[in-house]
Design a protein around this ligand. Structure first.
Ligand SMILES: [Zn+2]
Ligand SMILES: [Zn+2]
Length: 339
């Protein structure tokens, strides 16, 4: 089978490899489309703290079942995506399906070797998430990044009619904004440092967009909506936390989604947070139920994330796909590979 092999940071090639063996309790799936994620770029460039080499990268896919164990409930031809976080299976978090709290969880295609930038992939039956035809055809490889946005909104308990402020309009920022609106948010304001992202936001029908920061951003938000109920902070630094504390209404919540930078601390604006009794909530990764809820929301036509896909390349041309993505990061949201 054709696969992208990453031997070590910066050293990858597309080559012909044997189809992986599905072990006990595993399924073999044929990958139909795969999305390139920022964490794949970090893995390729050797800056991911969790990557283990050599590996086939990739953890966002749509796939068809080729071979499944008897009694698994799956048969060849079933359309699926893969929940790529694999827990130890033997801790209180894993017992409660909170894989993201398992102290040793690993992601297939980052910390575990067999990712989806390949024609075939072997994975555990329990990692599969069924996709209805409509979701598979239109949005299959977007389910994983959207599930991150679902987790963010569930952590923030987004409610109907709320006013939501979203920092960052990359794939995860847009996913969290789209799902907030699909959950009934009355108004969603987007903030990004790139002006070129305004057109991207408009493609999804988000007309409240700014590149302002600091006091100018605070004034802009106050002019637009007075105060916000919820912040989905996909950037997460001292500045975004400071603005959030100023513009949140009393009792408001902010969900912090951005990855930490090493051991760096975040500053909590204590006075505003205290006076307004604000909640700052961390969101990390997702759980399998976020995939299930995302699929249900997509099936109900609550929103259309398809403009997230900005380019599609054959797997054999992964080099061109990576170049396109990295030479033009403001233009691209999700670049897909087709094995
Ligand atoms: Zn991803
Ligand atoms: Zn565990």
């Amino acid at each position: 089978m054709l696969a992208m092999m990453l031997d070590e940071p910066e050293k990858y090639r597309v080559l012909d490899l044997p189809v992986p063996e599905a072990g006990d309790g595993q399924v073999l799936v044929k990958i139909t489309r795969a999305g390139i994620c920022a964490s794949d770029l970090a893995t390729i460039h050797g800056v991911s703290p969790i990557a283990a080499y050599p590996l086939i990268p990739g953890h966002e896919c749509s796939a068809e079942v080729v071979k499944a164990p008897d009694g698994s409930g799956y048969v060849p031809g079933d359309k699926v995506t893969v929940f790529p976080s694999v827990g130890c299976g033997n801790c209180p978090a894993c017992d409660e399906a909170r894989t993201n709290h398992c102290p040793t969880f690993k992601v297939q295609g980052i910390g575990l070797p067999g990712g989806c930038f390949a024609e075939f992939m072997a994975t555990g039956v329990a990692q599969l998430v069924r996709l209805p035809d409509k979701v598979y055809d239109r949005f299959g490889p977007l389910v994983e990044p959207l599930a991150v946005g679902m987790h963010v909104n569930r952590r923030g308990a987004t409610a109907a009619e709320e006013t939501v402020l979203v920092f960052g309009t990359g794939a995860i920022g847009l996913a969290s904004a789209l799902i907030a609106r699909a959950m009934g948010a009355a108004r969603v304001l987007l903030v990004d440092r790139f002006e070129s992202r305004r057109a991207v936001a408009e493609r999804f029908g988000f007309s409240d967009f700014t590149t302002d920061s600091g006091d100018a951003l605070v004034s802009w938000i106050r002019e637009q909506v007075g105060a916000v109920d919820l912040v989905l902070d996909n950037v997460t630094n001292d500045q975004t936390v400071d603005v959030s504390a100023k513009v949140l209404r009393p009792g408001g919540r902010s969900v912090l989604v951005g990855l930490p930078h090493g051991d760096q601390s975040l500053m909590l604006p204590h006075t505003d947070s205290y006076r307004k009794e604000l909640s700052f909530i961390i969101s990390r990764n997702y759980v399998k139920d976020d995939f299930v809820k995302t699929v249900a929301l997509l099936e109900s036509d609550a929103f259309d994330p398809s403009p997230m896909v900005t380019a599609v390349f054959p797997l054999a041309e992964v080099d061109d796909a990576l170049k396109a993505l990295q030479s033009n990061p403001e233009q691209h949201i999700k670049v897909l590979l087709e094995p």
